[in-house]
Write a protein that binds this ligand. Structure first.
Ligand SMILES: *[C@@H]1O[C@H](CO)[C@@H](O)[C@H](O)[C@H]1NC(C)=O
Ligand SMILES: *[C@@H]1O[C@H](CO)[C@@H](O)[C@H](O)[C@H]1NC(C)=O
Ligand SMILES: *[C@@H]1O[C@H](CO)[C@@H](O)[C@H](O)[C@H]1NC(C)=O
Ligand SMILES: *[C@@H]1O[C@H](CO)[C@@H](O)[C@H](O)[C@H]1NC(C)=O
Ligand SMILES: *[C@@H]1O[C@H](CO)[C@@H](O)[C@H](O)[C@H]1NC(C)=O
Ligand SMILES: *[C@@H]1O[C@H](CO)[C@@H](O)[C@H](O)[C@H]1NC(C)=O
Length: 892
């Protein structure tokens, strides 16, 4: 019932009722008057039990009275109106007086039920004020709402019924009711199909729920009526808060919806069945003063989470935690910084959440800690909560001895890595499988196969194969909702991969290849190319186990074991010609005497013959960057020395990228890029960057970049900006057209200043914009001359044209004002404008660039003679203009 609740964000003006409005008959449905083209409803509230009110854009939606008495609305309301039927386009509203909620500490609950499954009913609530006024002449009292429902009303909340949940309930607390700030409530129901509805409202001093059978259940049914004497529930254990609880709203101790249980570290996980969304479950854990370096708490789903349930953990010292920043010391299930899949939360990986309190944390203190498990998702979760206390970090991975006084692990397993013996580093041999028995705490193992490069006879003919399988404790199968699986990755930086929080892993860089072991017990195979080897010639692998939830044994991390084999995937030349044994791991032949050669085809006993026809011998050719397989000469006297038989290219080496054959030609080419990929290219002078496609010629030549930017990928560097058509990068505009910049003060008794104007030669071409360069010697031509009070503008002015065809008057100078000489043309710049310039100069002096907006406002004012000041944009005496030039204001 709760999940369909939807508190609307305030401020969202809804188009509600505009669409449902009855036909515009201009008469406001007979229940209103037209004011400025809108209907003002004359009776937005029912006057008494026998009347009906009308609201909506056209005052056509009826309003009935609703009493918060826990009773269903009647089928017929005042004046014989049917009031429990809602149809598309025919909403119905109810009004309830909630003035007395302010007096008591009341809770309000609403229950709406749609009696037809095909009708989705939305009930919107508008919290407002109903104000009563008494006419002293007649002693008649009229009640008027501050606002009533129509398309411009801002509704406060909404409830929805759906096919799956035909009943929807909402509890409003004192806080949500504004602590008495509202005295009236409108409720309006609309529906997608015709239906009868059941609507019920109740108020009580205690938190309560309206049950569909008509019962008002107080305190979630966990306290009795006398358990809520003063409007606060007295909840029995396990619903009771701790004795020293600092009362905090929203945790669920007010209405007995949250539980508090004692959680014993290392003990049996405590089950939490059907943990509802938006609610808490709390646990108290004791952290002893000595011998505890880490408290690990976790919650793991024990059934598949329903409808998007998702848990978060919070820890707080001595008080039950809340979600707010100040309401907890530690929060869990926060995505770790880093890249790729490791950054996703453990909840997404295996429906478990974890939180560690470490002795090294500033918040660490011995004593009672409270764990809060909050369902932040939208569906219920059935889970189990457990805790573990370790004297050393991660219990030394279960593979070390812990010095409890110092908290330092001494690993007992030679492969285990400091500091917590959790990770292992294994050296593998080609062809020799590694079997790791299931162990708890296995998060990350690093596997190195050294000297692989040297073992590969030819980089081009051989590939490495990694085969792996995993197993959990006693073959226990993974629950179906655990979608994560152990992953084997190839990365030359495998040594730098580090375990992160909550079973995650932080990769220094993206792995070159990865293989998920998707099925328990099954063999998974991955091919590794020679170019994936590290600079040290070794193959570096890592096994990451993202399964951190408890999948079986009580309170223990799940144990994981695996088996992994690295072998070469290449057969021996000519199957060793039947004269030797093939080492599949290295692809080399061990010849039986008297045969010799790479393929054991050389019969050293045959007189004079060095090789037999069909045999080949590898010859390294630096010039070709590859290996030529030279055939045996026809007479068997030796291998061909000229030319190149079959060519295999070097693959990837330190000096060059991946080399490959150019089709069937005896030529190795190096690709500049990978086919089908796009590469970011920065131009030689560093002005632009863009994506270029890779083109691989049909003749097998090296793949090269096309040299042409892919459309829409051009990015400008070095402060340049993209031209309007997006084709090139250009310098940003010098200025915005119409903006002004102070050039200089006038000299020699002419009190005023000259401003340069930004003008553009071509409309909408920022590159063509520049400030004019007025000079006093040049008669201030091109500059806007602003005279101080007592001075007026004179002399030759000539317009400076802007690109849109408009003009700014520029030029001239300032002379001492000669009053009374009027009647002629306008004289320069008024006090108002001076003030404007004054503002401008303040802005300029402060280093601000006066943008086009201000310049254009100024221009508009100038052109149309209207003052910004008279429009109330600014109040100029406030700015302390010395000469309030009232006389000049008409110049604007
Ligand atoms: C209104 O009520 C007041 C007090 O109850 C009374 O004195 C007064 O006469 C009433 N006026 C009318 C018009 O009934
Ligand atoms: C909606 O009602 C308010 C009064 O509550 C009224 O001022 C406003 O003009 C109405 N809007 C429309 C669109 O009818
Ligand atoms: C409603 O009225 C109460 C008291 O009459 C007042 O305190 C409150 O501010 C009003 N609320 C609104 C939203 O105007
Ligand atoms: C209403 O339902 C609740 C729980 O579903 C039950 O405890 C209560 O007795 C019922 N009341 C009536 C009057 O049937
Ligand atoms: C998994 O481990 C169990 C116990 O460690 C073992 O008996 C079983 O054979 C293993 N299964 C596989 C497929 O390795
Ligand atoms: C390369 O760019 C083109 C054009 O923007 C795009 O259609 C294509 O998907 C890109 N290819 C890759 C591998 O990103």
């Amino acid at each position: 019932m709760r999940k369909s609740l939807n508190l609307l964000a305030l401020g969202a003006a809804l188009a509600w009722l505009a669409t449902h409005a009855h036909a515009q008959d201009g008469s406001c449905s007979g229940h209103g008057q037209t004011v400025e083209g809108k209907c003002a409803c004359t009776a937005p509230l029912p006057v008494d039990d026998a009347s009906v009110g009308y609201v909506g854009d056209n005052c056509g939606t009826p309003v009935h009275r609703l009493f918060l008495n826990g009773q269903d609305i009647a089928e017929t309301c005042a004046q014989g109106h049917v009031c429990n039927v809602v149809a598309p386009g025919d909403p119905v509203c109810f009004a309830a007086n909630i003035a007395d909620l302010a007096a008591g500490s009341y809770h309000l609950s609403l229950l709406v039920v749609s009696n037809s499954v095909d009708a989705a009913v939305t009930l919107r609530g508008l919290l407002t004020n109903f104000t009563a006024a008494t006419d002293p002449a007649t002693n008649a009292t009229t009640v008027t709402p501050l606002a009533y429902p129509n398309s411009s009303a801002v509704f406060s909340f909404a409830l929805h019924t759906t096919r799956d949940a035909p009943s929807s309930q909402l509890q409003l607390t004192r806080r949500q009711l504004g602590y008495g700030a509202y005295t009236g409530l409108y409720l309006c129901a609309e529906s997608t199909a015709s239906t009868t509805i059941m609507l019920r409202g109740a108020q009580h001093s205690c938190p309560h729920t309206l049950l569909p059978n008509g019962t008002l259940e107080l305190c979630n049914g966990r306290g009795s009526t006398d358990a809520c004497p003063h409007g606060a529930c007295t909840c029995p254990p396990p619903y009771a808060p701790p004795a020293n609880w600092v009362q905090t709203a929203g945790l669920g101790f007010d209405d007995c919806s949250a539980t508090l249980q004692q959680l014993a570290p290392g003990g049996t996980p405590l089950p939490v069945p059907g943990h509802a969304p938006g609610t808490w479950a709390f646990f108290a854990v004791e952290v002893p003063a000595a011998g505890a370096a880490q408290l690990h708490v976790m919650a793991a789903a024990t059934e598949a989470p329903q409808g998007g349930g998702s848990l978060a953990l919070f820890l707080r010292y001595q008080q039950p935690p809340g979600e707010g920043e100040t309401q907890h010391d530690l929060a869990g299930d926060v995505a770790t910084a880093g890249s790729s899949a490791s950054a996703s939360s453990s909840w997404a990986r295996d429906a478990s959440v974890h939180l560690d309190l470490l002795k090294s944390d500033a918040a660490f203190r011995p004593g009672t800690w409270y764990l809060g498990v909050y369902n932040k998702g939208s569906g219920p979760v059935t889970h189990a909560v457990s805790a573990a206390l370790y004297a050393c970090l991660n219990d030394c991975g279960g593979r070390g001895t812990c010095a409890a006084d110092t908290g330092v692990c001494t690993c007992t397993d030679a492969t285990a890595l400091a500091p917590d013996c959790v990770a292992s580093r294994y050296e593998l041999k080609l062809g020799v499988p590694l079997d790791v028995a299931p162990r708890p705490h296995l998060v990350l193992d690093k596997l190195v196969v050294p000297g692989v490069k040297a073992l590969l006879a030819s980089a081009a003919t051989q590939r490495l194969t990694v085969t792996a399988t995993f197993n959990t404790t006693e073959g226990a199968s993974l629950p179906p909702w655990v979608t994560s699986r152990p992953v084997v990755v190839v990365s030359p930086k495998a040594d730098d991969i580090a375990p992160g929080a909550g079973g995650s892993v932080v990769w220094p860089e993206a792995p070159l290849a990865r293989m998920a072991l998707s099925q328990q017990g099954a063999q998974h195979t991955m091919s590794v190319g020679p170019w994936m080897l590290g600079d040290d010639g070794a193959l570096h692998l890592a096994l990451w186990n993202p399964l951190s939830g408890d999948t079986g044994t009580a309170g223990q991390p799940p144990a994981l074991g695996y088996s992994l084999l690295v072998s070469t995937d290449g057969s021996c030349l000519a199957d060793c010609s039947g004269h030797g044994t093939c080492n599949a791991a290295t692809g080399t032949c061990t010849c039986t005497a008297p045969f010799a050669g790479g393929d054991c085809s050389v019969d050293t006993s045959a007189l004079g013959k060095v090789c037999s026809p069909g045999a080949v011998q590898p010859v390294r050719r630096e010039d070709l960057r590859g290996t030529c397989w030279q055939p045996c000469k026809a007479d068997g006297s030796g291998f061909e020395a000229e030319g190149c038989g079959e060519l295999t290219c070097d693959g990837k080496t330190a000096e060059h990228g991946n080399l490959r054959r150019k089709g069937t030609e005896k030529l190795c080419v190096e690709d500049q890029c990978a086919q089908g990929s796009n590469t970011t290219v920065v131009d030689a002078v560093g002005r632009t960057a863009c994506q270029q496609a890779c083109t691989c010629p049909d003749d097998g030549s090296a793949c090269v970049l096309t040299g042409v930017c892919l459309p829409g990928t051009l990015t400008c560097l070095n402060g340049l900006q993209l031209s309007k058509d997006g084709s090139k990068c250009e310098s940003p505009p010098v200025c915005v057209e119409g903006s002004l910049r102070k050039a200089y003060d006038l000299a020699g008794g002419a009190a005023g200043s000259t401003f340069a104007v930004c003008a553009c030669a071509t409309a909408a071409d920022p590159a063509s914009c520049a400030y004019t360069a007025p000079s006093e010697a040049g008669g201030n031509a091109g500059g806007v001359v602003s005279c101080l009070p007592g001075y007026e503008h004179t002399g030759d002015s000539a317009p400076t044209r802007l690109s849109d065809g408009s003009a700014v008057m520029t030029g001239g100078t300032c002379v001492v004002a000669q009053h009374g000489g009027g009647g002629g043309r306008r004289r320069g710049v008024s006090g108002g404008m001076v003030f404007f310039y004054c503002l401008l100069s303040i802005a300029l002096a402060a280093g601000l660039v006066v943008g086009g907006k201000y310049g254009l406002i100024w221009w508009e004012q100038y052109k149309y003679g209207r003052s910004v000041f008279s429009q109330g944009y600014v109040s100029w005496p406030l700015f302390g203009n010395r000469n309030n030039a009232g006389g000049g204001a008409d110049d604007w």
